[in-house]
Design a protein. Sequence first.
Length: 385
Amino acid sequence: MSLRVLHVSEVSIGGVSTLLRAFVTEQVRRGDDPHLLAPTTHGLVVGEYHRWDVHRKNPAKFLTAMAQLNATCAQVRPDVVHLHSFFAGLFGRVPLARLRERAAIVYQPHAWNFDAARRRPSLEMLAHWERFAGRRTDLVVSNCYDEMLEGQRYGVDAAAAIVGVPICTETFSPVTAGQRAANRRTLGLDERRVVLCLASLCWQKGQDRLLAAWEQAPLDNAVLVLVGGAEGPYLRRQGVEYLRKIAPRQWGSTIKAVGHQADARPWLWSADVLIQPSRYEALGVAAAESLACGVPVVSCTVNGAREVIVDGPEHPAGAVVPQGDMDALLAACRQRLDSPGLLERESVAARQRALRLFAVKDVADRLERAYLRAGALAAQRHRLA
């Protein structure tokens, strides 16, 4: 059965963009008819693109953006509207949105924003909104089991399905020792071990607290490489200067910041271990790409971390430490850098886990089943209206 799907996203970078490209490309390959409403094309050369003039920092255009969303849905006449991340989920589920009259509504949070609320009133307001919006959602799709449970803990009672994260395991794959050495030379890396932090530079990803710990106790014979561009209002103004001030002694010597990279694979292929100090996640794409490349992951406890790094039939592919414990995070990295045998076993397990968990076809199969389930629930909703 061919499906017409309208993907809606205000986010134009990072893991959301990576997943959008994978979803749309695979849906075209299967003979479906995917459309994308977004501020940018996300680098897609397949599917039908519709420009969305929306930006969360420009509320003066919100009504125009809402009109564009309704008009595009009326024009496309999709079977499913797939809302990606918080902002699209907000626009697509407020009463002004007319999407529910025409299609099944699928919402994918790509990490709930509950952990981003730093004050209790904000958290209560956010939880109230998500409970209300859940009643205007046919199905919530999650990247991992933990993410689904988090929504339910806050009272989101919409039907739910876990689809996972699609990673092309041919594009992201291990390299030989010789290729790795040549790649490191090309990137200007010396003989020190490489601890890679691959993430946008922002509060959520936790580089600030990682750098504070590294400044006090850098790992011996190792360099911490930060790959990612600055996000968030403060970091956009200050850039990496804000982070440099956190670790002034180590910055430029054992800490190397290289900014956003259009292709992160050379850095993954050069890394000994990926470090993830995030405050919250929904199974980060960087961790999935790292495992696919055979690079072990050391992470704070976030949604999906244990599921992909530790649990399951394979040998662990890294370690998961308590949330916020940077000393434990660095100690887990040190343990691996000091034990080549452990690192090798975890590298093999990382690739095995990626093949089991992230194959694009398997994730797309789960998403298609979620769409069909959402369609059945929407049809039932229309019959009862």
